[in-house]
Design a protein around this ligand. Sequence first.
Ligand SMILES: *[C@@H]1O[C@H](CO)[C@@H](O)[C@H](O)[C@H]1NC(C)=O
Ligand SMILES: *[C@@H]1O[C@H](CO)[C@@H](O)[C@H](O)[C@H]1NC(C)=O
Ligand SMILES: *[C@@H]1O[C@H](CO)[C@@H](O)[C@H](O)[C@H]1NC(C)=O
Ligand SMILES: *[C@@H]1O[C@H](CO)[C@@H](O)[C@H](O)[C@H]1NC(C)=O
Length: 426
Amino acid sequence: MANSSSLHFFLLFIALFSVSSLSAAPDAPKPKTQSIIIPVKKDPATNQYYSSLGIGTPRHDMDLVIDLAGEHLWYNCDTGYNSSSYIPVACGSKQCPESSPCVGCNNFPLKPGCTNNTCGLDVFNPFAEFIFSGDMGDDVLFLPQMEVPHFLSGCSDGDRFSSSFLVGLVKSARGMVGLARTELALQTQLSSAFNLPNKFSLCLPSSKENGSGNIFIGGVPNQKPLHFSTPLVINPVSTAPSFSEGEPSDEYFIGVKSIKIDGKVVNFKRSLLSIDEKGNGGTKISTMKPYTELHSNIYKSFVRQFVKQAADRKIKRVASVAPFEACFDAKTIGRTIAGPAVPAIDLELQNEGVKWRIYGANSMVETGKNVVCLGFVDGGKSPRTSVVIGGHQLEDNVLEFDLVSSKLGFSSSLLLQNASCSSFRG
Ligand SMILES: *[C@@H]1O[C@H](CO)[C@@H](O)[C@H](O)[C@H]1NC(C)=O
Ligand SMILES: *[C@@H]1O[C@H](CO)[C@@H](O)[C@H](O)[C@H]1NC(C)=O
Ligand SMILES: *[C@@H]1O[C@H](CO)[C@@H](O)[C@H](O)[C@H]1NC(C)=O
Ligand SMILES: *[C@@H]1O[C@H](CO)[C@@H](O)[C@H](O)[C@H]1NC(C)=O
């Protein structure tokens, strides 16, 4: 795989990438870019990914956790926060979604998070116990290389609630930024403001490196690293915490039709991989799950088969380390350019012959001295979605969510090309 043509593709990619970042240099008048680049960091304590963006006047820089399932950007506009460029979105205005409640506030003077006749926008953090109410506002958003006027987001005054809506997030986070298939998602607003194609790419940095990855709004500058593609599947039933009847899911599902380990099919009830009429089952991609979660029935067979095929390679099993079940003595495992030399995991996709191969760097997690574990976890007996592909399996891979042609383009491990998401930094 790491042949000279893929290396060549990669170098070409880097070259074009440099050109696009030069054209967006700070003193350039207008962002004449083919894509907008937003750096992404990984927090080792939570395994979450976040970006630092600025909002309001004066500019407030804040860390926002990246959520592929998030429907909009939201932040904490607590007592100490104010912004003179903030415009509350009025109830019933064309920007206000029809289903939104109308919120008010009696305090004076008014500020973001406390205005009358304002369109409500939920503040949802998957770790919090409740969905909190927030306000929809229009304010300036600062990206590393440009300003975006009239960006729509939600904010809520965290001081008004007895429990925190920031619970479980990266310690420095003040909110979240959503990349779901919605009108208010970051990529949708930016693509429309800058006339870019409605697509975005994610390159998540790995735990090992202290580096940073990127989100490319408008897609990666050069398509060459995207060797594979598969249709994005629409789940007909919403998977959001609150929704109206008949709404499809705005998360990203793909059609996995079987799982193989070193070429051998893992046995489990195949229907778990399809989406039923209630929207249960199937496979989605999540940035809020650190490790891929498999329905219990899939997980059991998957682990059993991986352990057996690892044993065939003379890899020695050791005691489990929670939350992982299959752990091994690292001294009995060889190294490859793409991580530990363990059995390869293939997600066979619905389009014939296309597979997503997961190599050692993405399948294994180092849990201690000389111990590595199969980095997949048991998703329980009746999860809403049977396979949730998590962050560890996405790192150092380029993924492009193309919402124009409804396709997911992917690179497989960049490590095969002697690269990583950190090497894409502008
Ligand atoms: C917030 O800023 C606005 C506009 O600059 C000002 O009118 C308002 O009084 C400020 N609110 C607070 C609570 O300081
Ligand atoms: C906001 O609405 C409340 C309730 O209708 C009203 O008492 C208050 O005066 C309003 N505040 C402003 C600044 O308009
Ligand atoms: C990683 O980055 C953080 C923040 O930039 C820094 O404080 C820390 O020293 C770095 N760690 C390593 C191992 O480079
Ligand atoms: C990979 O990169 C390293 C450091 O950048 C370099 O020393 C090494 O020769 C490269 N290997 C290949 C196969 O290109």
